[in-house]
Write a protein that binds this ligand. Sequence first.
Ligand code: GDP
Length: 610
Amino acid sequence: MSRKKRKSNPRNRKRNVKEFTPKHNTVVKNIEYYEGITVGELAQKCNRNASDVIKILFMLGNMVTINSMLDDESVELVCLEFNITPKKVDPLEEEDSLLDDEVDDPKDLKPRAPIVTIMGHVDHGKTTLLDSIRKTKVVEGEFGGITQHIGAYQVGVDGKLVTFLDTPGHEAFTAMRARGAKVTDLVVIVVAADDSVMPQTKEAVDHAKAADVPIIVAINKIDKPTANPDRVMNEMADLGLTPEEWGGDTIYVQTSAKLGTGIKDLLETILVLSEVKDLKANPNRIATGTVIEAKLDKGRGPVATLLIQNGTLNFGDFLVVGTTYGKVRKMTDDMGEEIKSALPSTPVEIIGLSEVPEAGDMFKVFDDEREARLLAQRRNQVKIEQERKQTSAMSLEELTQRIAEGEAKEIPMIIKADVQGSAEAVKASMEKLEVEDVRINVIRSTAGAISESDVMLAEASGAVIIGFNVRPDANVRKMAGDSGVSIRLHKVIYKALEEVESAMKGLLNPVFEEVVIGQAEVRQIYKASKVGTIAGCMVQDGKIIRDCNVRLIRDGIVVYDGKLGSLKRFQNDAKEVSAGYECGLTIENFNDIKEGDLVEAYKDQEVPIE
Ligand code: GDP
């Protein structure tokens, strides 16, 4: 491999670690290290030659090189040999963090534009509202067209700027928050005046409240003859957003996104609220902020939209973005105009990063490229390690452990039930539980199936989901599995309470979780006087097993939940029938089976406690 080629590959760069030469007059007594520390880095921290570290580990039967990553035990053994006390730190919280931890002198702070996200139920007008707001740019004569280039834009109102994140809906908002990004200063919740408060409206309220950001309600579509703003206000007040004119503290603005009515009002309200919040930043320092979106462009390489949250980003700056790094080689604003520097609250698009970061990643500018590159590499190692450990969300078992160790005092919880009454009953009972100072904090309790948005909220808040007579579908299950969110399904309130109570005591008994094993469609019905209704079925997925539990689903609704009576292939009893085969089955004590029904087979399986 030629020298040049090796240099251009970031993976190989890591291997070109120069060996450190110890300073002889310095004796090290204590060191701090982080997950994934390499032999070379440990040697440097201990003020020793890497070969000394390699030798010690070799004597212990551990063959390593200067670039090998060490586990805690190896670090401790090496340190013991050197008579040094090691202390493990989380690099992402210590020096390697991209968090803006520098405290600015109040006299350096200047007002900055508020950053706003628009959320609301589908079809209530989020996109139209964002378009309509964008058009005010044209009205204000700021530019000639309304072509949008990046996922965020700024508009001027009375000489001041407001930044809008152009990703309507709460998915983007929650996904960012789940990654620890705090971007939004203010949330506008759109509710159509001719409709009412809908499930996603409630979810948006939950998300905004969980993130503790002020809410403005835009009652949209007031141009419609059927518009009824009072009803919206009533329903929103029931969610705790009492309008100012009724003595509460939520501001309501009436808009017609379609006609452009009330948009100025909305923008002015945003400004007033943000003045109250006294939003400030220091433009005279290096920039920090968050990735709004990022992609790989065929011609230009990694392209990232960044929101600058503090400082000024300049052309040519070196920066670490999440686990990647680079140099600002080109920077454009929301209109696609090339710019050389960008102030706080400005969204910009940059090119020059070595890889594509993720939305929600934080970024920070560094003095030189080497520093940026090393930090990005270290962050990358830690990320891999963390992903391996799947620590993004908290399972009930982990919570139990943290409670036992006295670390957690609250279990955040999402309750989903078949009817609102049950959800409320479960919530009330859960909130009454108190065991040795540990409490339940119900952040959502609603009727309905467990949805992707529940899993996202759970991931963002480290919550456990309790499903009461409802179930997640396969996608949601997978998503929960991938993100490490715990879903507990129960049919009886006291069982759910028992389980949670034991988690609160720090001792969780084995729990049973249902596992769906197969699904069959009912194709034909036979009535037999002795055995009742026999369903001729086609197994579509997985398999049906003798003695399993079954659920009869008609038009997406569970009409019966019980046990399989009998299972036959042709005339013979069968132990199991797999996908692609026909079978005849009965359901114990249940005869109301119809053609087209789905039979879902499941079993309760013990969930091991780690
Ligand atoms: P989103 O799903 O929340 O982004 O909603 P859209 O912005 O796509 O709007 C859904 C539908 O409502 C579209 O047909 C819009 O034209 C219409 N719409 C949005 N705002 C208004 C409004 O203020 N008045 C009327 N009459 N229709 C609107």
